[in-house]
Design a protein around this ligand. Structure first.
Ligand code: ATP
Length: 257
């Protein structure tokens, strides 16, 4: 398998407590990979290790053939492994277009180049408009970001992530706290931006996982319990038992939630 991201024996202890324990996972290039598991399973910790927001206690992480275990988030972002920013990273009083332009300027190291010519700024604007089009926000370019609905803020966040030209995107619960309508929009958006890229997402909504992910990894108590296609993994008795009482979609034993 052509794995773009691979971990071996990845572990993280907090004061002796193993939040992530000997996790070896491989994300196939070009796939949408879901990381799921019951509450407290270690998903967020694992995600923070992969995005370099936390240093591992032991184990290795390789991205695109390189050992990134000791790299900083900004370094791995330059290699093309980009974590979608938190909503708080959106500048509320800048327009939607300006938010993407700032992300482009940052990505190209020009954040303080206030002497940039109009021609350069126009080039950023043209690319920013393309990205807004890609995430379905073309009609909102001049609106202050603060006025966007929650779902559209997440779309803007994805546009600012795309500004960094990621080969692989890491999404932390992209549909958390959304209305059903926004969930459908984000699912369509993730599918669109995943074309030609690799996506790894932590997601609680199993309907979303089922609809989007090619492969899922199930964590429980910090360990990998199962890995494979949703239809197969959701029928795994150990997975059903781990979810029992916590999610009717899986604990019902069916692949449909
Ligand atoms: N900074 C920390 N210090 C101590 N313990 C931590 C820390 N971060 C996480 N943990 C513990 O590690 C375990 C895994 O937590 P984590 O947040 O990674 O799980 P999760 O699968 O993301 O859970 P949820 O679905 O509830 O968000 C939990 O028991 C948690 O209390």
């Amino acid at each position: 398998m052509d794995a773009i991201l691979e971990t071996r024996g990845l572990s993280k202890q907090f004061l002796g407590f193993s939040a992530v324990s000997d996790v070896s996972l491989a994300v196939r290039r070009g796939s949408i990979h879901g990381l799921i598991g019951p509450n407290g399973a270690g998903k967020t910790t694992c995600f923070n290790l992969l995005t370099k927001f936390l240093p591992p206690s032991s184990g290795t992480i390789r991205f695109d053939g390189r050992d990134i275990t000791r790299m900083k988030p900004a370094e791995v972002a330059r290699l093309g492994l980009v974590r979608s920013f938190q909503i708080s990273a959106v500048f509320p009083h800048l327009s939607v277009l300006e938010n993407v332009r700032v992300a482009l300027q940052r990505a190209r190291g020009g954040s303080y180049d206030f002497w940039r010519s109009d021609a350069v700024l126009r080039r950023y604007d043209a690319r920013a408009r393309e990205l807004l089009h890609e995430v379905g926000l073309a009609g909102f370019a001049d609106q202050p970001a603060v006025e966007l609905s929650y779902g559209r803020k997440r779309a803007l966040e994805i546009a600012t992530t795309l500004a960094l030209e990621p080969t692989m995107m890491l999404l932390d619960e992209p549909t958390a706290g959304m209305t059903a309508e926004d969930v459908d929009r984000i699912v369509a958006l993730v599918r669109r931006v995943a074309a030609g890229r690799t996506v790894l997402m932590v997601e609680h909504n199993l309907k979303v996982v089922e609809g989007l992910c090619d492969t899922i990894t199930v964590l429980t108590r910090g360990k990998v319990l199962a890995e494979g296609p949703y239809a197969e993994v959701s029928r795994n008795p150990e997975v059903v038992a781990a979810y029992l009482g916590s999610d009717p979609a899986i604990s019902g034993g069916a692949a449909h939630g």
